[in-house]
Design a protein around this ligand. Structure first.
Ligand code: PLP
Length: 500
């Protein structure tokens, strides 16, 4: 029987996974969630330990996407996770720091950040979903990006049949490396443009296109369907469950843990997608003790976990871990749905209060349940940079700024709880991607000289690590996209990309 997907906000709507992936958001504004979670036994998990990443992925994904055939799922997996797209055969290798702490390196994909894991497979799941629902339109992906997502989406959708993608970045809001990554993007179906203004301007411009009914109708007549690649899509979330199982299997295989032994996961968190996937893995039977939710100075989640009050009415900080600079963590809604035992009305109420007032509070019983699963902490800018330096000096292991937030929060956790459970810290970006901050942490910002490309070499020499191929190639690549547009010109840009 096909697994059903429900909205977090009402019981009235259910659909198979293909429909959930195609539409992204439920008609009532809620997020799609599976109506139940498949369970794996200890034996089934142990059996996955001797399998490849792709077979582990197949085993997990087919339980959720059971309106797809096995061949369809396998072909999506093979198109996403292969030698052309990832620098390591194990896709998400585990690095042992000491007898208690491990890093799950999620950044060996082509854009050097963990978003590759989901965005490499999403285009294939999306195009299959369109076909399955009898829709022969071309999917047009529009993305406003502050850096990481745009490039990962471009690489994922590049030359995927049945898709086109346009990415807009704030002209003055991305790093030199991030800009270079985007303006040199290859592929026949891609478009990239800078936008005068900040991230919000780019985001507003994209929203204006999505809500322009006449334009959406025109696109439909021409055979196009607008879609976004953001992290609330079920097709982006479900692939992330896999690497929690994969990390656990690697620990089993290397005899670091015994079958059934619980482990902690520490997750550098922004939109709450990554850590939610860890919670789903736990619901599926993976022995997870605590999920440690690590925030940067934008610590709205730390406060929520500790007090039960979610309050976005606070200052927004720009930090050295920009992918976690978020005040509204959209995927938290899915977590609340499960933790309240699918209380649709309550969750809907909280989300409506959040959009009206920027704030809501959950009752004590919910607070207690949240704390059974999550431990929340945050790291200041200073502590984050210190963690990079200390960990490098003690172990010779170099972390990027996002991962360092995780490590720092884990150190707080250890100090407060004394918990000796083995712990996996999710490492979400390559240190080379945030080379300026990382080198600044090691040597002092004032002692850095040269452009971003020089800094890549400096970091490589200092750590003995090779610069990832995709970054070392950048400087020599021709610029394909040099336009910067006003917000109001974005629609025309999309039209020209689609030849309409
Ligand atoms: C997106 C991102 C995060 C945050 O992940 P969420 O799923 O949004 O919580 C953390 N680190 C890096 C490097 C990212 O790109």
């Amino acid at each position: 029987m096909a697994m059903k997907y429900l909205s977090t906000r009402s019981k009235d709507y259910e659909c198979p996974s293909a429909e959930a992936i195609k539409t992204g958001l439920a008609p009532d504004g809620g997020l799609f969630v599976p109506d139940s979670f498949p369970k794996l036994t200890e034996e089934e998990i142990a059996a996955l330990a001797s399998e490849s990443y792709n077979m582990r992925a197949f085993n997990i994904l087919r339980r959720f996407l059971n309106d797809f055939t096995d061949e369809e799922i396998m072909s999506c997996i093979s198109a996403a996770y292969n030698k052309q797209k990832f620098e390591t055969e194990s896709i998400t290798p585990v690095y042992k720091l000491n007898n208690q702490v491990y890093f799950l390196e999620l950044w060996h994909g082509c854009t050097c950040a963990f978003k590759d894991i989901a965005l490499q497979i999403l285009p294939h799941l999306l195009t299959r979903s369109l076909k399955k629902t009898g829709d022969d339109r071309t999917a047009v992906i529009l993305v406003a990006t502050s850096g990481d997502t745009g490039k990962a989406a471009l690489e994922g959708f590049k030359d995927v049949e049945g898709t086109k993608i346009a990415v807009f970045y704030p002209e003055s809001g991305v790093s030199d490396i991030q800009r270079a990554q985007m303006v040199t993007q290859e592929g026949k179906n891609v478009g990239v443009s800078g936008i005068f203004g900040n991230f919000d301007d780019a985001q507003t411009g994209v929203k204006m296109i999505f809500t322009d009914k006449e334009y959406v109708k025109l696109l439909d007549e021409k055979g196009y369907m607008l879609s976004s690649a953001n992290s609330i899509n079920w097709g982006r979330l479900v692939p992330q469950i896999v690497y929690y199982f994969s990390a656990y299997c690697d620990l089993l295989k290397n005899e670091e843990i015994a079958p059934g032994e619980p482990v902690n996961f520490v997750v550098p968190t922004g939109n709450f997608g990554d850590i939610l996937a860890g919670y789903y893995a736990k619901l599926m039977g993976l022995p997870v003790n605590k999920l440690i939710c690590a925030s940067n100075k934008n610590n709205v989640l730390t406060d929520f976990i500790n007090t039960g009050v979610y309050d976005r009415n606070r200052s927004f900080y720009t930090t050295s871990s920009p992918s976690m600079d978020i005040l509204i963590s959209s995927n938290l809604e899915r977590f609340l749905h499960e933790i309240t035992g699918k209380d649709f009305a309550r969750v809907k109420g909280w989300m409506e209060t959040l959009s009206a007032t920027g704030k809501y509070e959950v009752p004590d019983i919910t607070k207690t349940k949240i704390k059974e699963v999550l431990w929340g902490g945050f790291a200041s800018e200073e502590d984050t940079l210190l963690s990079i330096k200390d960990t490098f000096e003690a172990y010779g292991y170099i972390m990027d700024t996002h991962t360092a937030v995780g490590k720092n929060v884990y150190d707080h956790y250890l100090f407060e709880t004394g918990d000796t459970t083995k712990t996996v810290i999710l490492s979400t970006a390559s240190p080379f991607k945030f080379n300026r901050s990382v080198l600044g942490a090691l040597r002092g910002e004032q002692n850095l000289s040269g452009d971003e490309y020089t800094l890549l070499e400096t970091l490589s020499k200092l750590t003995g690590l090779k610069v990832p191929h995709s970054l070392s190639q950048l400087k020599a690549k021709p610029v394909r996209f040099s336009k910067t547009l006003e917000k109001g010109e974005m629609k025309d840009y999309v039209s020209s990309l689609l030849d309409i």
